[in-house]
Ligand binder design. Structure first.
Ligand SMILES: C[S@@+](CC[C@H](N)C(=O)[O-])C[C@H]1O[C@@H](n2cnc3c(N)ncnc32)[C@H](O)[C@@H]1O
Length: 370
């Protein structure tokens, strides 16, 4: 699998789009708002109230979450400059980055609407800060920006995706991810790939971020030291269950299943800290672990749209919007893909009705050293 060609969320605004099924990641972005605001306040002060701020959202996808991040960044900067008694807003340029298959067109079509909405939302009696956008297609495991050009980097729910499927010396039989039944060599291959990728990511960003620049990353992770623990593997184990049933019924070839592995690794906080310290260019200011229920609509503190409230939240559809391009590319026929997601959604619904199910987030805020 060539991850840069295959990995993307379902584009557009349709029923199965990421845009319409990403309440859970949206909730995670909202949860990390205080960490982002803190980092931006310290940045603003350290850079002595800059007139221009260049920011990047890496793995921005497309749809409402892309603009939620942008709006949080702009609103925070506006609030901070008022706190510091600055009359003039900084001009903000936000680079929106994702892999080339991402639906950038959908983003660009929504920019002017976002800018109009922003003018209404910014603090009363203050004109909204000038905000410009630029799309940056490419892998964040490569250099994306000129040296020392970025003041702030944000990324949410993207860095758990690896640059490639780990090279395995044994077959991960019956599994599509790390699992309790995966051979130890498979778990090692996943862990090694994460270490290589995350350290490459840090090296690239170290080149691009200015001294005192800040970076806030939220990664789908785990609390346990064990990379095959249920808290990070369960959601993919359930997809493997659906696929294994279809193998038993002769709908999918066994070899097809055995050759499919999800290019993802959910690290614990210790692994994130180790890689940052090993690479050495950033100081960790804050590292936290949080939980988010699969049923993101259960949190009443979150401001949801009317539609989110009335229809509840469907984790099956969220997972489809994330995994469908990968499943289609590997398993092919549309009819099989439909069947996979119908079964997967039913299994997820059943589990959610019987047990507490949540995902773990690792959020790290750091500063570029001199
Ligand atoms: C689950 S989505 C998260 C989107 C958005 N940040 C949010 O929180 O809703 C993960 C995004 O990361 C992108 N991604 C994965 N690997 C990437 C890479 N190497 N470089 C750039 N983007 C990547 C995917 O294409 C996808 O759009």
């Amino acid at each position: 699998m060539d991850v840069t060609q295959v990995l993307c969320m379902n584009g557009g605004n349709g029923d199965n789009s990421y845009s319409n099924n990403s309440l859970l990641p949206r909730k995670v972005i909202s949860m990390t708002k205080p960490v982002i605001e803190d980092a931006l306040t310290n940045l603003y002060r350290a850079l002595n109230f800059p007139k221009t701020l260049l920011m990047a959202d890496l793995g921005c996808s497309s749809g409402s979450n892309t603009f939620l991040v942008a709006s949080e960044l702009v609103k925070s900067i506006d609030k901070i400059r008022l706190q510091f008694g600055q009359d003039e807003s900084a001009e903000i340029l936000i680079y929106l980055n994702d892999l080339p298959q991402n639906d950038f067109n959908n983003i660009f079509l929504s920019v002017s609407q976002f800018q109009k909405g922003l003018a209404k939302q910014t603090i009363r009696n203050s004109s909204s800060p000038p905000c410009y956008f630029s799309g940056v297609p490419g892998s964040f495991y490569t250099r994306l920006f000129p040296k020392k050009s970025l003041h702030f980097v944000h990324s949410s729910y993207s860095l758990m995706w690896l640059s490639k499927v780990p090279e395995m010396t044994e077959t991960n039989k019956g599994n599509i991810y790390m699992s309790a039944t995966s051979p130890p060599s498979v778990i090692r291959a996943y862990r090694d790939q994460f270490q290589t990728d995350f350290s490459t990511f840090l090296k690239c960003r170290a080149e691009e971020v200015v001294t005192d620049g800040r970076m806030v990353l939220t990664i789908l992770g785990r609390r346990s030291d064990d990379p095959s623990s249920k808290e990070c593997c369960y959601v993919w184990d359930l997809l493997a269950t659906a696929l294994n049933h279809m193998v038993l019924e002769g709908l999918i070839e066994e070899e097809k299943l055995d050759s499919f592995n999800i290019p993802q690794y959910a690290p614990c906080a210790k692994e994130v800290r180790n890689e940052v310290e090993k690479e050495g260019s950033f100081t960790i200011d804050h590292l936290e672990v949080s939980d988010v229920n699969w049923d993101a609509s259960t949190d009443h503190n979150l401001i949801l749209s009317e539609e989110d409230n009335t229809h509840g939240y469907n984790m099956g559809k969220c997972m489809r919007s994330v995994a469908e391009p990968m499943i289609s590319s590997h398993f092919g026929e549309a009819i099989i893909v439909e069947e996979v997601f119908e079964r997967y959604t039913n299994i997820i619904k059943d589990r959610m009705s019987k047990e507490e199910t949540s995902l773990i987030n690792v959020t790290v805020s750091m500063t570029r050293k001199a």
